[in-house]
Each structure stands twice: as structure tokens, then as C-alpha cells.
Design a protein around this ligand. Structure first.
Ligand SMILES: [Zn+2]
Length: 429
């Protein structure tokens, strides 16, 4: 079923990145999009999502898609709580895991725009109390950009001396149950460990690097606000995200899902073990739902594509050039044609191996938490058209640990909607 959701209707389409919150808009008029094509596309997307849920054995899936800043489809599948038979809906709140990193760099980017921080500052400039990091017994400097792009050499959950594993969910640091009352406290987990490579020379994905980044941001704010307060004040409240928060295990959260895992597809579902995410709030400790994630994605997309000359924005969350820098490749990841920027993955335009289809450049982040797998993916306009909202955004949340194929599912569905996008630049698909 097609679900056009309009929280507000606006005559002028440009007033979006305002501090009063994101306003969903309808497509300009019904002629912008063929309603029959939209219905067919939703049906196709529905089949893909059902197939994803069934093949991966996922208890609950929540999905939403926006086109040109309009929420054109949202749906929940299955159950948020198997025992209580609670349906999973588009309002279901789940762990978003590493998508949290995009929120953290949004906070850092605000400090950059205020002149309090440069991406290439060394961390000791802002936090001189930190011990000197060492690589091969020699002291080295780490920059903010290196922390945010996973090129610092700070370790992830694996540390020297532990058995190596292909599945990071085997690593003990995924299952920390201690509650850390401050970011500074949680630094003790990794702060005195030697770097695993020279800063700036390689890519090593690290959630601990983001915890360190959040400690720097606390110092930069210089007003005693904690990272939790900063991200709430400067990102979550700015965007009116009512269902996005740092996870506190004992807090009562409306529509919060239960979380599940399975050892193999042949085995039954189990509850995941208890964890406390306070050791990694900045890199993997947030809760959200698809509506809030799509507001976040659309805000960045529209700020990025707004030309100041025609803008009627009262206040942008970030400047276009700031987001352009965040979405620019810094380092190649292990995935073909995919790079890491500042809190985001970037895949460049490429030809599909299956046919002559061109897969457009897109920006995304996946998340893998204890009991949850997620993705937020953005396909910007590829032709610099006049509509700053032009593009497709998709969010998928699941309450299953290690659900595979979520990236391909999101991309396949986003490309389906892109084919019927009103932007003329997509008509060659
Ligand atoms: Zn366009």
C-alpha cells in the first residue's frame, strides 16, 4: 500500500533545514510522478523486502523510502517482540549501531563551521591531557580527520594477543555490560594500546576511534556539556528527532524492539545477551526509527544540494561545502569501489556487472549491533538539477544480529524508486 505521509504541506519547497525541524512535503503535484508506476514500484519493493526478511530469517523489519523529500513508502514486517506478538512497524525503535557515526561527524562538522575545530587538527591540540599514541615504539600524532575516517590506527574491538576472527561478533568487546558514566572513563578500554598502523597510512575500521573523537568534542565545546548533551542539543533537537537517543538500557523507550540472534538459519531465534552501549555511544550507541533517520538523511541531502543563491533557508544545519567534504572519499575500504569519508561510506558510480545498468554514486552507512542490523542510504541527484531535495533516501532497521544482504536490499529498492523519480536526470535508466 502506498503511504504518502505529509506532516505538513508547504507552498514553497525550499524551507527545510530549519531549526524548527524537517517538514515532509508532498511532491509538487500529482503530475510529478505517475501514480500507477509508483504503485508498481512499491509492490516490487515490497516483494524484495519480504524476500530479504524471509531469506535471512529476520523477526522484524522496518523500512522507509523518500523521493524528492517526500515519504513515499514505509512499512513494518514481522514482529518487534516475538513473545508478546508485538508487530514491527515504521515507528519501531531499534539500535542503529554504526549509523551513530554519521550523527557524531555531524556534531564535529558544526564545530568546524564555528571555527572551533579543523578536520586536520591533531587531537592533542584540543585534548592535551591524552597520553601520546605510539606506533612501533615511536610517538605519533593523530588528526581529527584520521579519527573520523578510520585511518588513525586506533584499534577496533580486536587487540594484540587475542585470536584473530573473521566475525567481529566473536570479540569480547562487543559484549561489554559495564555502564560507563563518562566518555573519559570508557577511553580506558583502548587508550594505552599501541596503534595498529602509522596514522594516515591505512584503513582500519574502529568504533573506539569514534569514542576518542567524542572525548575531543567534549573538550572543544568548552562548556562542560557531555557528548550525550552535545549530540542531543546540537543534532537531535535541531532536527526535532523525537525517537532518536543515546541508549540507556534501563530507560523506558516507547516502541523499543527486542533484539534477536541465531547461530545459523537452521537454528531457532534467541534473545541476545545483555549489553551496555555506554562505552561506544559516539560510534554505535544510538537508538532511532526509520522516520527520524530519513529526516536526518534528507536534511543533509538538501543542505548539500541547496545553492545559497536560491535558498530560502532560515538556518541550515550545515553548509553545502561542509557536507560535500564529509561525503568526499578519503580512503578506500575493503569493498570494491567504496570509500570512507567523514562518518559515511561513499560508493562511486559504476556499471552493473549484470547488464548495462549504471549504478549511481551513493552515500550510506550500515550498522551491526548486538541484536540489530541497519542501513541508511542516500542517492543524491546526479545532474545538479534545480531541486535541492532531488534524490532517494532509504532506511532499513532489523532486530536480528548479522542479517546479511541489507546493503544490496537497500540499494536494489532505492534504484527501483530512482527509476520513477521526477528528476529528468534519471530518465536514462
Ligand atoms: Zn535531480
Amino acid at each position: 500500500m502506498v503511504a504518502f505521509t505529509r506532516l505538513y504541506s508547504l507552498r514553497k519547497p525550499f524551507i527545510l533545514c530549519v531549526t524548527t525541524g524537517f517538514l515532509w512535503t508532498k511532491l509538487n503535484n500529482d503530475s510529478d510522478i505517475d501514480q500507477e508506476k509508483l504503485k508498481l514500484t512499491v509492490n516490487q519493493a515490497d516483494l524484495i523486502c519480504q524476500g530479504f526478511k524471509e531469506k535471512q530469517g529476520i523477526p522484524g523489519v522496518s523500512i522507509g523510502v523518500t523521493m524528492h523529500g517526500s515519504l513515499v513508502w514505509k512499512k513494518g514486517y514481522g514482529l518487534a517482540d516475538i513473545e508478546q506478538r508485538v508487530p514491527c512497524t515504521p515507528d519501531t525503535v531499534m539500535r542503529i549501531a554504526s549509523i551513530s557515526k554519521a550523527f557524531t561527524t555531524t556534531l564535529a562538522a558544526q564545530f568546524v563551521e564555528k571555527g572551533k575545530l579543523n578536520w586536520d587538527d591533531t587531537i592533542d591540540k584540543h585534548h592535551p591531557d591524552l597520553p601520546k599514541f605510539v606506533y612501533e615504539k615511536l610517538p605519533v600524532s593523530i588528526t581529527i580527520r584520521q579519527l573520523a575516517s578510520h585511518t588513525s590506527g586506533v584499534r577496533h574491538y580486536w587487540k594484540k594477543g587475542e585470536p584473530e576472527t573473521d566475525d567481529e561478533f566473536n570479540l569480547p568487546e562487543y559484549y561489554i555490560t559495564r555502564s560507563y558514566s563518562t566518555v573519559a572513563e570508557s577511553l580506558s578500554i583502548f587508550l594505552n594500546d599501541e596503534l595498529l598502523h602509522q596514522p594516515g597510512t591505512s584503513w582500519l575500521y574502529t568504533t573506539h576511534g569514534y569514542t576518542l573523537l567524542s572525548a575531543i568534542l567534549e573538550r572543544i565545546s568548552n562548556d562542560k556539556r557531555t557528548f550525550v548533551q552535545l549530540i542531543e542539543d546540537l543534532v537531535i533537537k535541531q532536527l526535532d528527532l523525537h525517537h532518536t537517543k543515546l541508549e540507556y538500557p534501563d530507560e523506558i523507550v516507547s516502541n523499543r524492539s527486542r533484539y534477536y540472534c541465531r547461530r545459523s538459519l537452521k537454528e531457532g531465534l534467541r534473545h541476545v545477551t545483555y549489553v551496555d552501549l555506554s562505552y561506544k555511544w559516539a560510534g554505535g550507541g544510538m537508538l532511532s526509527n526509520i522516520n527520524d533517520l530519513l529526516i536526518f538523511a534528507n536534511t543533509l541531502l538538501q543542505c548539500r544540494q541547496t545553492k545559497s543563491i536560491d535558498s530560502q533557508l532560515t538556518k541550515q544545519l550545515l553548509k553545502a561545502e561542509t557536507i560535500r567534504e564529509m561525503w568526499s572519499p578519503i580512503v578506500a575500504t575493503k569493498k570494491k569501489n567504496t570509500f570512507y569519508g567523514l562518518g559515511w561510506m561513499i560508493t562511486k558510480e559504476q556499471s552493473s556487472s549484470i547488464n548495462e545498468f549504471t549504478i549511481p554514486s551513493h552515500i550510506y552507512h550500515t550498522g551491526g549491533a548486538v541484536g540489530a542490523t541497519s542501513i541508511l542510504l542516500i542517492i543524491p541527484c546526479s545532474k545538479n538539477c534545480s531541486n535541492p531535495r532531488c534524490g532517494i533516501c532509504i532506511a532499513i532497521l532489523t532486530n536480528l544480529q548479522s542479517a546479511r544482504d541489507i546493503y544490496q536490499t537497500a540499494l536494489d529498492i532505492a534504484l527501483l524508486f530512482r527509476q520513477i523519480s521526477p528528476c529528468s536526470s534519471h530518465s536514462n535508466l
